[in-house]
Write a protein that binds this ligand. Structure first.
Ligand code: NAG
Ligand code: NAG
Ligand code: NAG
Length: 318
């Protein structure tokens, strides 16, 4: 993990203060290559996420990773997810009640780290004359939004107002994708409520800077009133739609393939992106076959538990 972060510049960026201007070009090629973190010539303000190419991954159960948010960022995941529980007015992050701690709050694990990255990607600079900038978390593709899914585990109506409040630091900095009742203005972070998030606290509310995870299978029927202004990305459980595909090594039969096609087409016709969760994670061959099938069917986000496995898969997607 440490080496991943170092490669991503996440550690190097913190030790960039030892500037040695006189040392440019000195020593061997090895010495010059070794100066990357200390020579001001080879450092720049927004290099925290230098070289990380954004990938269409959703970091599922992200808070389980060694470093929630940071691990997924280092891998280039454009989408991340926090399960939140409301206790005494504070949102705690974890998969189940036994996993919660006082310190692991939504603010500490997600809001503040994201804000820190965005501050670094949007520095005060004499070179920016039409600022302030609204760069996203990825230095390589500044226009890429980060999808932040907030999965409400406690009562939706009671919990959602605390989520809205907890987003204030990102909101005040102007970093949230927003909707004014007519148009969506893209920002560095797009918040999507899921789990117990009540539809009526999102749909019909404007202005707002949060969205709702729409039910993919019923976008054409029961939930036909859902627009892309409410749901930028819809989702559903792969297992519930397609059953257990391990017997076929992940291959879909004609009926299943037709269902996948129709769900993706219905969503895309409305300008809504698509994600399936609860994918098989083993055997690896089956998992990769499912990722490939979904990708070929134009699913927009691959749900990922094993970030490294998906990064390797991504390299070979071609
Ligand atoms: C919530 O507050 C009550 C009353 O002060 C306290 O007994 C309880 O331990 C608190 N729960 C948590 C998770 O902090
Ligand atoms: C949209 O449809 C859903 C599902 O039928 C319903 O619960 C919701 O109230 C509808 N929203 C509006 C604004 O009519
Ligand atoms: C496809 O697979 C599903 C789930 O296993 C099954 O219920 C269905 O009968 C199959 N359809 C065809 C055409 O084989």
């Amino acid at each position: 993990m440490r080496s991943q972060l170092a490669a991503a510049g996440l550690l190097a960026a913190t030790s960039a203060s030892a500037a040695q201007p006189g040392m440019q070009y000195s020593g061997s090629l090895g010495d010059i290559l070794g100066q990357a973190a200390s020579n001001p010539l080879y450092t720049y303000p927004t290099q925290l996420t230098q070289g990380i190419m954004p990938k269409a991954f959703h970091s599922h159960n992200d808070y389980w990773r060694p470093l929630p948010f940071w691990s997924a960022l280092a891998m280039g995941a454009v989408s991340t997810e926090a399960d939140v529980w409301l206790y005494n007015g504070t949102l705690h992050v974890g998969h189940e009640q036994s996993a919660l701690t006082k310190e692991r709050t939504f603010d500490a694990l997600y809001v503040q780290p994201i804000l820190e990255v965005l501050r670094r990607q949007n520095p005060d600079s004499p070179f920016v004359t039409n600022g302030p900038t609204k760069n996203g978390v990825f230095d390589t593709v500044a226009g890429q939004t980060l999808y932040l899914w907030v999965d409400l585990k406690t009562d939706g109506a009671k919990t959602w107002p605390y989520v809205v409040k907890a987003l204030a630091p990102l909101r005040d900095a102007g970093y949230l994708t927003s909707y004014d009742g007519k148009t969506v203005t893209p920002g560095p972070v797009t918040v999507i409520g899921t789990g117990n998030t009540p539809l009526n606290l999102v749909q019909g509310v404007s202005p707002r800077d949060y969205f709702w995870d729409g039910p993919l299978p019923t976008l054409g029927t029961e939930f036909s009133n859902i627009t892309k202004e409410v749901t930028p990305i819809a989702s559903t459980a792969f297992s519930a739609q397609f059953g257990d595909v391990r017997g076929t090594g992940g291959a879909l039969n004609e009926t299943q393939a037709a269902l996948l096609k129709s769900q993706v087409e219905t969503a895309h016709a409305k300008g809504i992106k698509v994600r399936y969760w609860d994918l098989p994670y083993w055997p690896i061959g089956t998992r990769n076959a499912v990722w490939r099938t979904l990708w070929d069917a134009k699913v927009d986000l691959l749900n990922v538990d094993d970030l490294q496995g998906c990064a390797d898969f991504w390299e070979n997607l071609g």
